[in-house]
Write a protein that binds this ligand. Sequence first.
Ligand code: ADP
Ligand code: MG
Length: 406
Amino acid sequence: MRGLDDLDVGGRRVLVRVDFNAPLAAGPEGAIEIADDTRIRAALPTIEELRARGARLVLVSHLDRPEGRRVPGLSLAPIAERLRELLPDARIAFAPDPVGERSRALSEALGDGELVLLENVRFEPGETTNDPELARALAELAELYVNDAFGAAHRSHASTEGVAHLLPSAAGRLLEREVKTLTGILDHPERPLVAIVGGSKVADKIAVIDRFLQVADVVMIGGAMCFPFLCAQGHTVGESLCCEEDVEHARHLLARASDTHSPQPGHARLLVPSDLVIGDRLADDARHRVLDGVEVPAGWMGLDIGSDTAGRYGREIERAGTVFWNGPMGAFEFAPFAAGTRAVAEAVAKAPGLTVVGGGDSASALAHFGLEDAVDHLSTGGGATLELIEGRTLAGVHALEGAGVA
Ligand code: ADP
Ligand code: MG
């Protein structure tokens, strides 16, 4: 994959695809505020390096899903404001359209080290359909293309894929670091490689568990993910999240795992909870109790792993050469069900090995416990991170590999 070192950017206009898809929140008097600017800050190394090298930057990003229409609440204007705060020395213009005459005039007026941020590219219906016309309109704004939007790199869209074929292209520093770190832990991890998979989107993560069973030494399951496995082992799950289709997937995964007592290469040990915290609903004041074991009675839901499980998982994390964690161990947003996620987050934060965390809710869990700076790599991707781990080629990365020479 070509990187920033392969481009001669001085005095040239560079279209930079960034991932400014930051969560928004309603502020006082209906003002739109940025709830979390992690993704904006993650793009700064590439932006600062390009500015220092005299590039003229045309920044393009999506925000949420306006579905090809101009949705005023999803304008990138507040993001331009935040960017001005983060880069007080930079001249930053905002183009009120993603492409077109005004955007072209603003990009042509750029001086060395100056920036223009284009309006939400998903206001254009051609973005998500990867329309060649939109890709051409974006390419006309610059002479070079840099993709630093790891969070959108699995999308085959005009600003992530189509445009890469039209300009000399390279990966930005964030995209490069994400791909290197995530492929590195799969291809040549310091062992033992320990994967912890939780969260609620069971169907989305079956392929991730499958891959880790092949490349990791231990795979530990928590969150709502564990109920299909427990059900497949013959336990009762009460009202816990669990559907028949996922139980079938879990059966196959259990069959692929190693026998705990005689591990075989290419077949990780698969650990599931041995105790649980159950509750009657998802709320801070829910009725809840600690279950010694995993038989969830009718009328109750399993909403966190128990302390025995957290201790077992913690000991594996402590001994790991590499830890990958995706997905909370329980419904940590609610006080009675936060302890398991907190214990695993603390174990990951203290682990001596390389620690990598992916997933939006896992990142919020770390932030919730004040531990976001205690891991070695906090991935900015959700779907992109999972697809990379599954071993799939990301469309945006593939397009860069096939790109022409500057
Ligand atoms: P990530 O974004 O890190 O990939 P997911 O989106 O898969 O994680 O899942 C996160 C959500 O899973 C959290 O909102 C959490 O409340 C929920 N969750 C975790 N465990 C359970 C459970 N046992 N029952 C219901 N929801 C759960
Ligand atoms: Mg999530």
